[in-house]
Design a protein around this ligand. Structure first.
Ligand SMILES: [Zn+2]
Ligand SMILES: [Zn+2]
Length: 319
């Protein structure tokens, strides 16, 4: 008996490309052929020990449905990463991304998308508009995460907003927040980040040029525990700090300041895919300059090494 196999990027303390039997989708799942995957900081953190992850990596993808529910077969799709049970109290509250029994594509208890073919719950899928090329659609997941900020925090056009960190996610957040009309600054460390932001009409600044205690909203997206302490210094009393970094250490920061100055802390993770696809379709967010390199799936190891280098933006994987 011959069994269909496919390659997958597997991590169990060490990263390697394995050949595995083609996954069999359950009745509520689709089988998806990868067109393009994006390496995210979360992938790098999983490899650094976050959540003790072991399995197939990858949650940023665009692909074609090759098997599963008839209405999906043949569609070019992206997919929300939280696979929810649909029946727990959080699901019934309408927040499936906080399902008590969730698994998360390529992050927790669910094999990821860096594979020739992989499965995902079909209710998580969204069709990609024909005018959005793969190289843009692959940014839907992180762009949705950027949109989450304006879902959770009311940013007034008169607000002074500071984004700390101009990496892959920070660059998307900056472009989304620019659309609010707020007085936006992004703290950068490299000239290259500065040049990109300036080209989009966004003010790039260095940390030492940002006054403390004045910003209405600070978005912390450095991925570095020190960024949290910086955010608390920059925000004004009764201002809001939005946390977008998942740290694999425990950040040290002056939490007494949070109490005394009544600072609002907002944790922010996954966001609305529909909105992200709309931004891409309407050309309101520019992702092309964020693409650093593109590797074949077979060279995933080299791709991850590249993505982990300092100051490197998005590295893509293609079968
Ligand atoms: Zn991601
Ligand atoms: Zn649930």
């Amino acid at each position: 008996m011959s069994e269909k196999t496919g390659r997958a990027v597997f991590f169990d303390g060490e990263l390697r490309v394995i050949e595995r039997p083609q996954p069999t989708p359950a009745s509520d799942e689709a089988l998806i052929r990868l067109r393009l995957g994006g390496i995210c900081n979360t992938d790098l953190e999983l490899m650094a020990g976050y959540k003790g992850f072991r399995g197939v990596l990858g949650h940023e993808f665009v692909g074609d449905v090759v098997a599963g529910p008839a209405e999906w077969v043949g569609q070019r799709v992206v997919g929300a990463i939280n696979v929810a049970c649909g029946s727990c109290d959080m699901c019934r509250r309408g927040v499936p991304e906080h399902c008590r029994n969730r698994s998360v594509l390529g992050i927790y208890n669910y094999d990821g998308a860096f594979a020739d073919v992989f499965r995902l719950a079909s209710r998580n899928l969204l069709r990609v508009p024909p005018s959005v090329p793969d190289e843009q659609a692959v940014f839907t997941e992180p762009l949705a995460a950027a949109c989450r900020i304006v879902e959770d925090v009311h940013i007034h056009p008169t607000d002074r907003v500071v984004v700390i960190g101009a990496g892959k996610l920070g660059m998307l957040i900056a472009q989304v927040l620019k659309l609010t009309g707020a007085d936006l600054s992004v703290i950068v460390r490299h000239e290259r980040q500065e040049a990109l932001l300036t080209a989009w009409g966004i003010r790039a600044v260095r940390r030492q040029d940002v006054p403390n205690g004045l910003a209405d909203v600070v978005v912390e997206v450095t991925g570095n525990p020190a960024g949290f302490a910086d955010a608390l210094e920059i925000v004004r009393p009764r201002g809001t700090v939005v946390l977008k970094s998942t740290y694999h250490g425990l950040p040290q920061a002056d939490l007494t300041r949070v109490v005394v100055e009544e600072i609002h802390l907002v944790g922010s993770r996954c966001g609305p895919f529909e909105a992200a696809l709309r931004l891409l379709e309407q050309g309101l967010v520019d992702v092309q300059p964020l693409i650093e390199a593109r590797y074949p799936l077979a060279e995933a190891k080299a791709a991850f090494e590249h993505a982990a280098r300092r100051g490197v933006l998005k590295v893509l994987l293609a079968p």
